[in-house]
Design a protein around this ligand. Structure first.
Ligand code: SF4
Length: 103
């Protein structure tokens, strides 16, 4: 039987990020595969340069749209996905919704 504190343990953010990012089949083609997870999910305050560095990796990623849609559809708040921050993903999702409703 696990100790009580084991039920309350907060997983290491880098481990969670690793699981999220690398347990999805489409991530086999991800350009960030093998990159430093901290780049995409920094535990400490991110500078604009940090974010731009992560986004630069995403620019030529062949699964960028899949990655972006996955993050939006699963309401993932943390990290850079599909070359976008959380706020950028929210804006992108609003535009996508408007476009789909107009079609
Ligand atoms: S778009 Fe960026 S975060 Fe997503 S799989 Fe590609 S390199 Fe990784």
């Amino acid at each position: 039987m696990p100790a009580p504190h084991q039920h309350l343990a907060i997983p290491d953010l880098a481990e969670v990020a690793y699981e999220i990012l690398y347990e999805r089949p489409w991530t086999a083609d991800a350009l960030c595969l093998g990159s430093d997870v901290e780049l995409f999910f920094p535990e400490q305050y991110r500078t604009k340069e940090d974010i731009e560095q992560a986004k630069a990796v995403c620019l030529d990623c062949p699964v960028r749209l899949t990655c972006l849609e996955y993050a939006v559809d699963n309401r993932i708040k943390e990290g850079v996905w599909g070359g976008m921050t959380r706020r950028e993903r929210q804006a992108w999702n609003k535009r996508r919704t408007i476009h789909l409703e107009a079609a």
